[in-house]
Design a protein around this ligand. Structure first.
Ligand code: IPM
Ligand code: MG
Length: 413
């Protein structure tokens, strides 16, 4: 028989259990609420990125200023902060320090999340920088930076905007629906970094440049090329000169080895002279062009010109980390420097590549790319992308560097 006292104890015991359950439940709910608040705060918290900025020479400072303007607008819109640190490189560094790239500048670049660059160098015929010995000239700074940061993979997308067909020097039947290719250039090996010298041999001035590649250097760039192809139309054209060069024969066999790991990617080999011809004969055939340093330098200028202007071509130089150096593929154009007419689009698109590849900000990168397209669609052009035929000029509006930057900011969505 249960007596009254026992009933009382039972009641007390169960109410204690009940109370504890209520407390536990309340604690869990509070924890969840805090988590939610934390998550909300995290979302609201501004992400800050440290961007090294190499404005450089010629049109460099003008075009970089526009890219920063666009980045700041993106930051405001999407809640990020970009802090900039100026880094000296090229002719301006020679003037200030006597060398094109100081160790301090290399460290500044290394300590940045990514580096945005304009352009370096001057007029090779008239600038005093070109009276210096080769290792002290502006370009030597860029090569040293690429090597010091191990930036072996250079991506140069060449894409024909529908709106720029008029600026494309190719015939309409060749252009067709346009083209979209990615040049993957090896950037820290080959002729640019081999031993070189100029000396007198038996009374005759003789110059030697060495083209060296080892299997590891080829394998790692080939892998990058195939990885990129997997995210695109899954075709790789590996470009070499295997009918003459040993380095190209090794290149070919390494590419074949890497290709085995990418059964979904179609690949072909193409000789560089043929590739130069195919780029103007039928650019649509290309998806990813994978090639060594010097061939990539030359072919990327050619590819950019068939997109209308080198002022449209962005580029990313990457290593094995998230770090990257982002720069337009064009040069410093000293002839138009300071006139406010240079096309800032390649630099602005390079900033978009920085958001995509170094910071994983795809939405933000898309926004920039869409804004560029929209501005072109509305008929705004810098001088380099004006239609070539007189009659077609009236349909578009020519703008300067700053106006183009402003228009892209206004069109960010
Ligand atoms: C480029 C440039 C450089 C290169 C020069 C400036 C050294 O032409 O980025 O394509 O040849 O790599
Ligand atoms: Mg070049």
């Amino acid at each position: 028989m249960i007596n009254n006292i026992e009933i009382l104890f039972l009641l007390l015991y169960y109410s204690k259990e009940l109370l504890e359950t209520v407390y536990r439940l309340r604690a869990t709910l509070t924890k969840l609420r805090y988590l939610d608040i934390l998550r909300g705060n995290e979302r609201k918290m501004k992400m800050s990125y440290h961007v090294g900025v190499i404005s450089g020479d010629g049109i460099g400072p003008e075009i970089v200023a526009e890219a920063k303007k666009v980045l700041d607008a993106v930051g405001k819109k999407f809640g990020h902060e970009f802090e900039y640190e100026d880094i000296l490189m090229g002719g301006c560094s020679i003037d200030a320090t006597g060398v094109p790239l100081t160790d301090e500048a290399i460290n500044q670049a290394k300590n940045s999340d990514a580096v945005l660059m304009g352009s370096i160098g001057g007029n090779t015929a008239t600038s005093p920088w070109y009276k210096l010995s080769p290792e002290l000239r502006p370009e030597a700074g860029l090569l040293k930076l690429r090597k010091s940061l191990n930036l072996f993979a250079n991506l140069r997308p060449a894409y024909l905007y529908e709106e720029l067909k008029e600026a494309c020097p190719l015939r309409d039947d060749i252009i067709g629906d346009g083209f979209d290719m990615m040049i993957m250039r090896e950037l820290t090996g080959g002729l640019y970094f081999g031993a070189r010298e100029t000396k007198e041999v038996d009374g005759v001035m003789t110059a030697v440049d060495t083209l060296t590649y080892n299997e590891n250097e080829i394998r790692r760039i080939a892998k990058r090329g195939f990885d990129i192809a997997m995210k695109r139309r899954k075709k790789v054209t590996s470009v070499d000169k295997a009918n003459v060069l040993d380095s190209s024969r090794l290149w070919r066999s390494m590419v074949e080895e890497v290709a085995k790991d990418y059964p979904q990617v179609t690949y072909e080999h193409m000789l560089v002279d043929n590739c130069a011809m195919q780029l103007v004969k039928d650019p649509k055939q290309f998806d990813v062009i994978l090639t060594e340093n010097m061939f990539g330098d030359i072919l990327s200028d050619e590819a950019s010109m068939v997109t209308g202007s080198i002022g449209m071509l962005s580029s990313a130089s990457l290593n094995d980390t998230k770090f990257g150096l982002y720069e337009p593929s064009g040069g410093s154009a000293p002839d138009i420097a300071g006139k406010g007419i240079a096309n800032p689009i390649a630099t602005i698109l390079s900033a978009a590549m920085m958001l995509r590849y170094s910071f994983d900000l795809d939405k933000e990168a898309d926004a920039i790319e869409k804004a560029v397209k929209q501005v072109l669609k509305e008929g705004y052009r810098t001088i380099d992308i004006m239609p070539q035929e007189e009659g077609k000029k009236a349909a578009v509006k020519q703008v300067g560097t700053k106006e183009m930057g402003d228009l892209i900011v206004q069109h960010l969505q």
